[in-house]
Write a protein that binds this ligand. Structure first.
Ligand code: BGC
Length: 364
């Protein structure tokens, strides 16, 4: 089961570790091969998802250590000024490649352009910076993520035999291009159902900065406005889903109203085991970190590796060399796969209240 659990989808030809090196064709001659690689990484925050600190930092560190390269990983904690300051410090300290998860495209672009002007190669990690100048974009197929969420919600509502369900959307941050892609994905599944009258759309709101506290307030308002009649929540990640679940709990509706998620974080997995969350989407961040680290190390040596795929930046029309990995839907039955893959530990998920549920779900 674990073998091929997460295939490298559309970039099937690309096996990590075998990206083709094309010598010095870096387009901007970014980093000389005489430089010792030093990779700077700026993570966005530690609140919108636990993944950034618990998975991305860990797997990137492991990849850099395995390659024996210097690195500096910092977290902007949601502060756009801090983001720029960190980038400036990293450039001054002599990083040869800079990898960013932007807080929005405008400030991300400023950082990428500055790095480029100083001869520092750049990578958009997880989020594409619209109008940006990064050499590579490394992420998951984010429309596929949204499609899995839409299909997951439909599956849970069908299993529960809910007729003419009223759906509320809790979308991600409007400043995150991924949130747009996730929505494109779930709209492709749900919009036809709204149009045909099979489902109704009770609410459609974005959550600024993916802020979990705001998400609870927004969902509370959605529920009130709908007179309590919300039958399914399309939540864009586990943190937003947990916010909705906390409100559903207060109204004794948890477990009756399916909620989606993303990131397979320990709390999301616990919510699934408890029956309060319908599904999540697992993205094997280790694959993302490994791919990005390999490209960053190559760039630092002045190499330009072929990824075999491009993504069109919708703002500039530029084709950005990309690695897009394949996400996986997780329901109660396969929560165990996320643990077996080493993404989260049994100890994190199967705490006191969840031990019995873990055993029932075959987590040993
Ligand atoms: C990431 C998600 C994450 C969200 C909030 C998105 O760009 O792809 O994995 O949950 O940001 O941090």
């Amino acid at each position: 089961m674990r073998k091929g659990f997460l295939a490298v989808g559309a970039v099937g030809l690309l096996t990590l570790g075998s990206l083709t090196a094309c010598g010095d064709d870096s387009g901007g001659d970014q980093a000389g091969s005489d430089k010792t690689p030093k990779i700077g990484v700026i993570l966005p925050d530690s609140k919108s998802s636990v993944r950034w600190e618990s998975a991305d930092r860990k797997f990137l560190e492991e990849a850099f250590k395995a390659a024996n390269v210097q690195y500096d990983i910092q977290n902007a904690q949601g502060d756009k000024n801090a983001f720029q300051t960190i980038a400036d410090q990293m450039i001054t300290s002599g990083v040869t490649a800079l990898m960013i998860v932007n807080l929005d495209s405008g400030t991300g672009k400023a950082v990428l352009d500055k790095a480029k002007s100083q001869g520092v190669a750049t990578i958009d990690y997880d989020r594409l910076t619209l109008g940006g100048s990064a050499e590579y974009y490394v992420s998951f197929d984010n429309e596929a993520v949204g499609k899995l969420q839409g299909e997951g919600l439909v599956k849970c509502l069908t299993d529960a035999k809910v007729e003419k369900p009223a759906i509320a959307y809790l979308n991600g941050s409007p400043t995150d291009n991924n949130a747009t892609l996730f929505k494109n994905g779930y709209d492709s599944v749900l919009k036809p159902k709204f149009d045909s009258g099979e489902y109704t759309q009770a609410a459609d709101d974005s959550v600024p900065d993916w802020d979990n506290a705001q998400a609870a307030t927004i969902f509370e308002q959605q529920l009130t406005k709908a007179g309590g009649k919300i039958d399914g929540v399309l939540s864009a990640n586990d943190g937003l889903g947990n916010a909705a679940i906390s409100v559903l709990k207060k109204n004794n509706l948890n477990g009756k109203v399916p909620v989606t998620g993303q990131d397979a974080d320990p709390q999301g997995l616990q919510n699934i085991l408890a029956g309060d969350q319908c599904m999540t989407v697992y993205k094997a961040v280790k694959q993302e970190a490994d791919a990005a680290a390999e490209l960053a190390i190559g760039l630092a040596k002045g190499e330009r590796k072929e990824t075999g795929q491009t993504v069109k930046d919708p703002e500039s029309g530029r084709d950005v060399a990309s690695v897009l990995l394949t996400p996986k839907a997780i329901y109660k039955e396969n929560v165990k796969d996320v643990i077996a893959d080493g993404y989260v530990t049994k100890e994190e998920v199967c705490t006191a209240d969840f031990a019995k549920l873990c055993t029932e779900a075959g987590i040993s």
